[in-house]
Write a protein that binds this ligand. Structure first.
Ligand SMILES: [Zn+2]
Ligand SMILES: [Zn+2]
Length: 234
């Protein structure tokens, strides 16, 4: 974060204390009572048709349409508290929400064993956008998850080389796919060859961003990709 932005945040926090987005209690963005009430999801889902896949197996109908072998989201976007939280985290330069959102992901993923082939990779932002925002929200989540699961984090090899309009501003699925095409690149494929990747993003809507990242990772030789988002639209 630039020193000016840090200064601005300091001033803002001085004059605008935090209030719980759920109940208004002062002190945090989501108080522990409201956090308890968020219905966390507890199963893998098909990244294409979004059917629940309790055993984590690939959805047979959709297996040809995605490069992800598993997909998990911690919560539904439709939950009002989540909606507000994501909006704050993304647009108001507030990093404080990464820990509570990532703890929902960790609660689910800690049920699995990750061997030394696994790597955690956040969906990258274009440099200029990350600079403007001060941080990459997917990376904030990835850092927490990596620390807690003890799976190494790699925020460097997958990069965004094209500064495309934000996907939220592109409405239809086909256009979103075209918009994001060719936007990502793996710097040194030899470092990712035969790895398994947990690909992290904050919000999963059409899925085209994560799918494009997965395509590039597969081309670099990654053998398996789990898509993981804090929030997904169902
Ligand atoms: Zn509350
Ligand atoms: Zn499916």
């Amino acid at each position: 974060m630039s020193s000016f932005k840090r200064f601005l945040n300091f001033i803002l926090e001085l004059f605008y204390p935090k209030f719980c987005l759920g109940c208004g209690k002062e002190g945090t963005w989501i108080c522990s009572d409201c956090f308890e009430k968020i219905k966390a999801l507890d199963s893998f889902y098909c990244p294409v048709c979004r059917k629940r896949l309790p055993n984590g197996e690939i959805c047979k109908t959709c297996s040809g349409k995605t490069k992800l072998s598993k997909f998990f989201a911690a919560a539904r976007y439709e939950s009002p508290l989540i909606k507000k939280a994501v909006h704050k985290l993304k647009y108001n330069f507030i990093k404080d929400l990464a820990p509570p959102l990532s703890s929902l992901i960790i609660n689910f993923l800690k049920n699995f064993n990750f061997d030394s082939d696994f790597l955690i990779i956040p969906v990258p932002l274009h440099k200029s956008r990350e600079h403007w925002r001060g941080f990459n929200q997917a990376n904030e989540l990835a850092k927490e998850i990596s620390k807690s699961l003890r799976v190494p984090l790699d925020s460097n090899e997958l990069t965004k080389i094209k500064n495309v309009p934000p996907q939220v501003e592109v409405k239809d699925y086909q256009k979103r796919k075209e918009n994001i095409q060719g936007a990502f690149r793996v710097k040194r494929p030899e470092l990712l060859r035969n790895k398994r990747v947990i690909l992290i993003d904050d919000v999963y809507t059409s899925g085209s961003t994560m799918e494009e990242c997965a395509k590039v990772l597969k081309r670099a030789g990654v053998k398996e990709i789990w898509g993981v988002a804090a929030i997904a639209k169902f």
